[in-house]
Write a protein of this length. Structure first.
Lengths: 343, 343
DNA sequence: GCGCTTTCTGTAAGCGCTTTCCGAGTGCTA
DNA sequence: TAGCACTCGGAAAGCGCTTACAGAAAGCGC
């Protein structure tokens, strides 16, 4: 006869000559069990290579030990850094982290929330920009609502608007504004902005913050100065190439993301232009690699690890009234060698 | 009265005026259910925002829809790339991915396997180097064994030796050997090797492959030419600094990892040395960023995404006899501008 | 050594779902 | 209209665990 795939609590109990209840108590230490019995149970468990079935446990009412994280793409360095913070905290709390990449597909995002809901995850974390499309946000909200009602905890990073949940919010507008000021101070007056998809709130905020600050200084950003592209290295490369093809008249390029800035620099190089001698380039995020580029990238530094840490801490912290807590985190302009004084 | 946190199948059944059994069948489509009943069930489920409890489902015998991935550090670009491949395939199969970072702590690794075992994950994937310490590998094997016996599937990437499980193996020895040959062809005869911790099999293989190929050409690598350090950018920086401090007499630096090579280049720069004019630098892995460095890094290119894809596919593929399947993947030397002819 | 409290152990219910086993309903043929 | 083969729906068991609840043992003072 085929043996049962895993040994169960009952097997252990039988082997130790006690009841399942006692075995459970001995293993979990919920109640006092006389030492010699506890010993026997532990030994039996050891010998049978017993591992409690987490599903049975969860079903029987034990606390859930999983938190779900939904991001756009695991292999994006921005997310990797944030995830690092999340994992650190999760590991301190003995939580397992379930990760899902949406590849920027809103439907997939909703589907993942649903799966995580089915798992009865202790918390769900959404990392990265939301979508400007109200329908999608509404669908997401509808999926989240019953989860929250059922005691689930949700926190989001860098995503706001419609969702009434705990939020960790990098100050995208302010950061982009500060960057605009810094670049103006360097004497730049003509800019090209490399934007990600307008459908993302993060893009809207960063572009908006940058434009507004420029306007305040009497510098206009024309629609043609803003190029939209994918939120990736190749997106940055493509956008930059497009600009170069139709003729660059800016002295400075601001990419809404470091990853895009990296692509932009590559495109500039491939056209024989030098950074910052011919064009200055600035990014946003301060992902770890950019300080090792040549030249190191000027950027708005976000505390990426902390973004993740705060998010999971927020989600794990009791919030009786279910008030929306917003934790803003400032970015700091870091001037490195990719930007120079305008000629 | 406080409502039950989540609506259950029974609630749905009641609302639809059918038995739980019928509701289950309607929702899962296991058996034919008459259209009008199925309609009613679906509608009730919709209205109640019903999400099946994955735990109950798993307990009742449904297939498990989670695969566990254990890596050293999520924020390492090497892993991020491999994870990208895993997630892609997982998403095609509607699987949820649970990720754990061990931070190179073997005990934590075992603990995570145990947690994943408790979750009855459909498969467990171990990404990244194993440990040279036989005790640790044995402990890991002991944890994995009952899981395998219980029908669990395991695959590992870039990790071998003791574990008798499906393996995706980048050809570390051969790759490092090929790199040695390429560097010899450029005229280099004096090398410094930046190694990660000797306790990792990957390090041993890469250093070994490099050394052996050198020896074959009559070039000796003295112990002092090999510097051991952490497997990170800062580790590479520190190791390079140490070498520079006591005096560099090599014309070429081989770092066993791109990430370490990046640190090495930074250290060289900070000392005013230029790459490759003063020293050539080569890495291993071909993580995406290195082609955008200045100079772009010479390295051994591994198909990182594919490593992940193969691993999960291997684990998901039936393997009746439980034979150990090894899928070797070759690396390819890519000469970029960080290496030059020796003077 | 008796009765009392206190501590420990076992019995049994129940978490939410799937699935087997039947009985009831349906459609077809003669 | 009776008889038969099917198709569908419901009752109930059971997945492995936790946790009241209640009963047994142990400890205490007298």
């Amino acid at each position: 006869m085929q043996p049962r795939p895993h040994s169960t609590l009952e097997d252990v109990a039988k082997a130790a000559g006690v009841s399942p209840a006692t075995a459970s108590r001995a293993l979990n230490g919920t109640t006092q069990v006389r030492p010699h019995l506890r010993e026997r149970v532990l030994k039996a468990a050891e010998e049978l290579a017993y591992t409690p079935n987490a599903h049975a446990r969860a079903l029987a009412g034990a606390a859930h030990r999983t938190v779900g994280v939904i991001c756009h793409d695991v292999s994006d360095p921005y997310f990797a850094a944030v995830a690092g913070g999340i994992m650190r905290v999760a590991s301190d709390h003995d939580l397992l982290v379930t990760l899902a990449s949406t590849f920027r597909d809103p439907e997939r995002e909703v589907a993942y929330v649903s799966m995580l809901r089915a798992e009865r995850a202790a918390a769900i974390l959404l990392i990265g920009s939301g979508f400007e499309n109200p329908d999608w946000e509404r669908a997401l909200g509808a999926e989240l609502e019953p989860y929250l009602k059922g005691g689930g905890r949700v926190a989001v990073v860098s995503r706001h608007r419609s969702l009434r949940v705990d939020t960790v919010l990098p100050e995208n507008r302010a950061g982009a504004g500060a960057m605009a000021r810094a670049l103006l101070d360097l004497g730049h007056r003509r800019f090209t902005v490399l934007a990600g998809p307008r459908t993302l709130t993060t893009v809207a905020d960063r572009v908006g913050g940058f434009r507004d600050e420029l306007r305040r200084a009497g510098v206009a950003l024309r629609p043609a100065d803003i190029v939209e592209s994918a939120f990736t290295r190749d997106g940055g490369y493509a956008a930059m190439t497009e600009v170069l093809t139709r003729g660059l008249d800016a002295t400075c390029v601001f990419a809404v993301t470091d990853v895009m800035a990296i692509g932009a620099v590559a495109a500039l190089r491939d056209r024989g232009l030098s950074v910052p001698a011919d064009v200055s380039v600035a990014g946003f995020d301060d992902i770890p690699i950019v300080r090792d580029l040549t030249p190191p990238l000027t950027t708005v530094a976000l505390p990426l690890q902390q973004l993740g840490e705060r998010a999971i801490e927020l989600a794990l912290t009791e919030n009786p009234g279910r008030r929306r807590r917003i934790h803003r985190m400032a970015g700091e302009v870091v001037i490195r060698a990719s930007t120079a004084k305008a000629l």
